[in-house]
Design a protein around this ligand. Sequence first.
Ligand code: NAI
Ligand code: MG
Length: 343
Amino acid sequence: MTTHTVVLIPGDGIGPEVADAARRVVEAAGAPVAFLERHAGVAALDRGEEHVLPDSTVSAIREHGVALKGPCTTPIGGGFGSVNVALRKRLNLYASVRPVRSLAGVPTRYQDVDLVIVRENTEGLYSGIENRITDDVIISLKVATREACRRIARWAFDYAVRRGRRKISAFHKANIMKLSDGLFIGEARAVHEADFASVRYEEVIIDAGSMRLVQDPGQFDVILCENLYGDIMSDLCAGLVGGLGVTPGANIGDAGAVFEAVHGSAPDIAGQGVANPLALIMSAAMMLNHLAESRGDGACRDAATRIREAYDRALVEGCKTRDLGGDLGTAAFTDAVIQRLGG
Ligand code: NAI
Ligand code: MG
């Protein structure tokens, strides 16, 4: 049996707590995975690294191809740039994919939400190019390249076909940002017309789309967005199914993939042992499925399935963390999942 090396990045805030939980679940499920710990974020500086994104972390992901990552803190309004954005850019992890599904044990306003956000991960307003024209005037550059717009559109349509999804909704604001968002939807439309006529395609102006999403999320299937919109829509959609504690994600490129939850480092609850580890556990299950698909390893698929069944059962039986209205801490919820892993 092959053992896959996975780079584990605990991150900041609640990161180490939820990363430890995900690691325990993956190991208890018997997945053929060996974790190699590397650091990023403030946690890296605390360990004596000179940079928040050490080269040793980036090169380990390059070498092994897969990482499971906790959130990294980004200071607001100044200080160092986002480690998360930098990692996605350095490794060219151009597709962010975030499935949003209702969970049987987590009642919310909606049943049967089942949509996926596909977010362009390398450009847009997250180019990080900001200029101070005068003390009172700032400009931020939104970058759209034909190559990246086409690449993410193609990735989304490919994904839709592979997963049997029926429709792609491209969210945009091309009525105002005629050039940048115009390029984004223009490429999506071209990819659709050229190669993916079997998948339905629609273009939705994002403000009206946001309203439709909260009124009736069932009308959406795959939502394709540029970087900033995808970031915002991810948290909005998390709110449809129970919050940031239950939404996983992946950042995927041609040479590697980094799996991480949608949520951040949650400084308000860090160190208290109350964070919900489920979003990262779900991300770990996505990672195992990715290993199964990309390396043809059925043992990874089996472990992913057992993990999914275990957390579903735990939730249905009322095992929940505080964010979902329960009273279990991070470790106790993790134990509840592990106890339900079938043999
Ligand atoms: P956040 O996602 O960390 O927290 C928002 C709210 O949701 C907080 O009340 C938090 O307690 C709660 N929450 C988040 N995850 C939870 C979990 N697993 N269980 C229970 N409750 C949870 O967003 P916020 O506060 O805006 O950002 C905090 C820091 O995280 C910032 O420095 C931000 O830049 C960073 N961040 C990092 C991300 C990443 O590493 N990929 C993604 C998002 C934010
Ligand atoms: Mg976000």
